[in-house]
Design a protein around this ligand. Structure first.
Ligand code: FAD
Ligand code: AMP
Length: 472
């Protein structure tokens, strides 16, 4: 069959590319090989099946349990005999994932995209070999091909997955609360998964090789978050490099070294989340002209064009942050560019969110990055403890921090640690997308009492004009 576009990979980067191209009246097929653990073939990729969606479902359940047990009393709500059923929590999660993957299949169908389940391989001359799950092969051709093959967890040879050593997908599927849980890597995924099982009762030890906590985040925010995680009982050990782990019938023996020398830690389960790597296995045949970089990512330019004519690549398999929304916007951009329309991504305004409690979110440069750039800057900060809405919500941990240029007042970065940070950051993203100044935010009316007032006040504080906080 001849198509205008074949997309290989139906995750959050691939399926939006297919839908946008179909909206642009192109004849489109998308090939995806994902199978869930029960053997069902579904679209949605890592994000929907083993990433963003199931992790948020479990974070919500575990947070509710924590609130019910430890926070309702202050409202005068008395509960006793609270019980928790891991099986029901996992059943709810599976239902949410199913609804999401079913939704994607429906979206593809209603957009008129041909959805093919099985393996896709790019051959030379933009031919695509499709192998259905039953082994039947077909060869299609396309004017354009989008590669959206995603990423997989990095496996370290000295701590191979298997037995009680699990990856992030395994950690989302545990059917019992481990008594003692080890996590290798205090990155976004390690912190989210560690939080889930800590709230459900595990004793959690997180081993992180770097001496700096959350080196990717603004260090003011990272320090505040670390303080709260410690209070919650997450035992985060920095400068602790894990060299090996051995799965035993009863648990895992973890060897690591830190400033005080070599140590062994015994845990019931070990989650290894030391990063993800681009997945391109069996994706490219001979003579496609598509090149990979030295780290295995598919080489692309700013518009996601690969080194082969009319072959594009988007999402986790190309450079840039491994985030679902980054992949989605790249997919949409390419779906427009292929149809001869305008498409562009502002890589400087991609929000990052860590769905812990308190939540962490940011966009733009950290204070450390602005300082290193040499540009003179000012900082406005507003604590949620001074927000009436946050107090009413019993969520006063954290703050909003806004960094703006001293010369023209341009907003350079916004960093939030606190309630619903992931929702609040959207306003800052929009402001930066419009090249707003801190004064633009200062002169924008924010409803009272809302959490969003904290961003308003942080903008005011940048010019020492905060109303609801002491100006420093
Ligand atoms: P993927 O989602 O990996 O999809 C790629 C798809 O292509 C898969 O279905 C794969 O089977 C298929 N495929 C690969 N090769 C072939 C082939 N040759 N033929 C056919 N099909 C193929 N990001 C966020 O933004 N927010 C979050 O909250 C968040 N939470 C996360 C939590 C966890 C535990 C994990 C692991 C990740 C999380 N992420 C989150 C990251 C997010 O999941 C990824 O950035 C996103 O899934 C990348 O999308 P993608 O489409 O590029 O790749
Ligand atoms: P991320 O890249 O956000 O997924 O986070 C992965 C984290 O794992 C990083 O902070 C790494 O420093 C950390 N890490 C990688 N290898 C090891 C290791 N052997 N021991 C401990 N931490 C590690």
């Amino acid at each position: 069959m001849d198509y205008d576009l074949i997309v290989i990979g139906g995750g959050p980067a691939g399926y939006p590319a297919a839908i946008r191209a179909a909206q642009n009246k192109l004849k489109v097929a998308v090939i995806d090989e994902w199978k869930n653990k029960d053997g069902t073939a579904v679209f949605g990729g890592t994000c929907t099946n083993a990433g963003c969606i199931p992790s948020k479902a479990l974070l919500e359940s575990s947070e509710l349990l924590h609130k019910t047990r430890d926070e309702l009393g202050v409202h005068g709500i008395k509960v006793s005999g609270v019980e928790f059923d891991v099986g029901q929590m996992q059943k709810r999660k599976t239902g949410i994932v199913k609804a999401s993957t079913g939704g994607i299949a429906l979206l593809l169908k209603s957009a008129g995209v041909t959805a093919l389940q099985g393996h896709g391989k790019l051959l030379s001359g933009r031919k695509v070999e499709y192998t259905a799950h039953d082994g039947k092969k077909e060869t299609h051709s396309a004017k354009h091909v989008v590669l959206a093959s995603g990423s997989i967890p990095t496996e370290i040879k000295s701590m191979p997955f298997g037995g009680n050593i699990i990856d992030s997908w395994g950690a989302l599927d545990l059917d019992a609360v481990p008594k003692k849980l080890g996590v290798v890597g205090a990155g976004v995924i390690g912190l989210e998964l560690g939080s889930v099982w800590r709230r459900l009762g595990s004793e959690v030890v997180v081993l992180e090789a770097l001496d700096t906590f959350l080196a990717v985040a603004d260090q003011g925010v990272a320090k505040e978050a670390a303080r709260h995680f410690k209070k919650q009982g997450l035992d985060i050990r920095l400068g602790a490099k894990v060299s090996a782990a051995k799965s035993t019938p009863s648990g895992v023996e973890v060897s690591y070294s830190d400033a005080s020398g070599s140590s062994t830690l015994n845990v019931d389960k070990l989650i290894v989340c030391v990063g993800r790597r681009p997945f391109t296995t069996e994706l490219l045949g001979e003579g496609t002209g598509v090149q990979l970089d030295e780290r295995g990512f598919i080489k692309v330019d700013d518009h996601c064009k690969t080194t082969a004519e009319n072959v594009w690549a988007v999402g986790d398999c190309v450079r840039g942050p491994m985030l679902a929304h980054k992949g989605k916007d790249e997919g949409v951009m390419v779906g427009d560019l292929i149809a001869g329309k305008y498409g562009h991504i502002n890589y400087d305004a991609i929000p990052s969110v860590i769905y812990t409690h308190p939540e962490i979110a940011w966009v733009g440069k950290t204070e450390e990055q602005v300082k290193a750039s040499g540009r003179a800057y000012k900082v406005g900060q507003f604590p949620f403890a001074a927000s009436g809405r946050a107090r009413a919500m019993e969520s006063t941990a954290g703050f909003v921090k806004l960094i703006a240029a001293q010369d023209d007042d341009e907003i350079l970065g916004v960093h939030i640690v606190g309630p619903l940070a992931g929702e609040l950051i959207a306003e800052a993203v929009l402001a930066m997308e419009y090249s707003a100044s801190s004064e633009d935010l200062q002169r924008t009316i924010h409803a009272h009492p809302t959490l969003s007032e904290a961003l308003h006040e942080a903008a005011l504080a940048a010019d020492k004009r905060a109303i609801d906080n002491v100006n420093r």
